[in-house]
Design a protein around this ligand. Structure first.
Ligand code: ATP
Ligand code: MG
Length: 229
């Protein structure tokens, strides 16, 4: 079999449905896509079109009903839970709309938490977290708690947490959904910089038009991909 070494994520004929109160909701219908390593990709579409479902399936957080997802050459739709957890830990960073920080941990502890449990020494964990906070230009806030930070700053901590293990891919679900336009620009610039500096593949989901930032724009509607540019 030919393996495209520069393909980071591939979805083939992916379908997923949910059942709710007797009704069937087809969240993903015949999804085919290919994302090359190092690309900056935006997946755009209206609410309920299946964007979060797609991200979850691409990252192995959720399994498709049929079809397959190949991440870095490995079919993750067939992996065991253990194997999936390991792949996610090694290769994927996830950023959420509502930051998902732990409120009783400081910024640096939130970043370090992505490395726990670990065989690394405490000092090494701290050094990596410091490097990640420096990457998001927030080192001076390392001992602050989430309530002491703005939305944009919290999202930068969340991004530092997502990059602390140097993942190959970052998946972000509406990373600027709860931010004002200035913070949105700052976060998008930051994601772009990480994409360039570390060659991290970026896959960002949004209902907003963020197309000016990306190399590839994938549009979705009602569970289907309607265009790829
Ligand atoms: N766990 C679930 N159980 C039942 N239905 C679900 C579940 N998760 C999602 N859905 C349904 O699947 C469809 C796709 O949902 P999804 O969250 O992927 O959309 P989305 O594009 O991310 O929307 P939004 O922009 O509002 O976040 C919706 O109709 C939603 O109601
Ligand atoms: Mg969503």
């Amino acid at each position: 079999m030919m393996v495209d070494i520069d393909v980071m994520i591939k979805a083939e004929e992916v379908n997923k449905e949910y059942r709710r109160e007797g009704a069937i909701i087809r969240a993903l219908i015949d999804i085919n896509l290919e994302i090359k390593e190092g690309k900056f990709v935006i997946i755009q579409g209206p609410t309920a079109c299946g964007k979060s479902t797609l991200l979850n399936v691409l990252s192995g957080l959720d399994l498709p009903d049929s079809g397959k997802v190949i991440l870095d050459g490995e079919n993750i739709s067939r992996s065991t839970e253990d194997r999936l957890a390991r792949i996610r830990r090694r290769k994927i960073g996830f950023v959420f709309q509502d930051f998902n920080l732990i409120n009783n941990l400081t910024a640096i502890e939130n970043v370090e938490s992505a490395l726990w449990p670990t065989v690394l020494r405490n000092k090494e964990v701290e050094n990596r977290a410091i490097a990640a906070l420096r990457d998001v230009d927030l080192l001076e806030r390392k001992d602050h708690f989430p309530v002491q930070m703005s939305g944009g700053e919290k999202q930068r901590v969340a991004i530092a947490r997502a990059i602390v293990h140097r993942p190959r891919v970052i998946l972000a679900d509406e990373p600027t959904g709860n931010l004002d336009p200035d913070s949105e620009t700052m976060i998008m610039n930051l994601l772009k910089k990480l994409n360039k500096d570390y060659d991290t593949t970026m896959i960002i989901v949004s209902h907003r038009d963020l197309s000016k930032w990306c190399d590839q724009l994938i549009k979705m509607d009602k569970g289907r991909i309607i265009s790829i540019k």
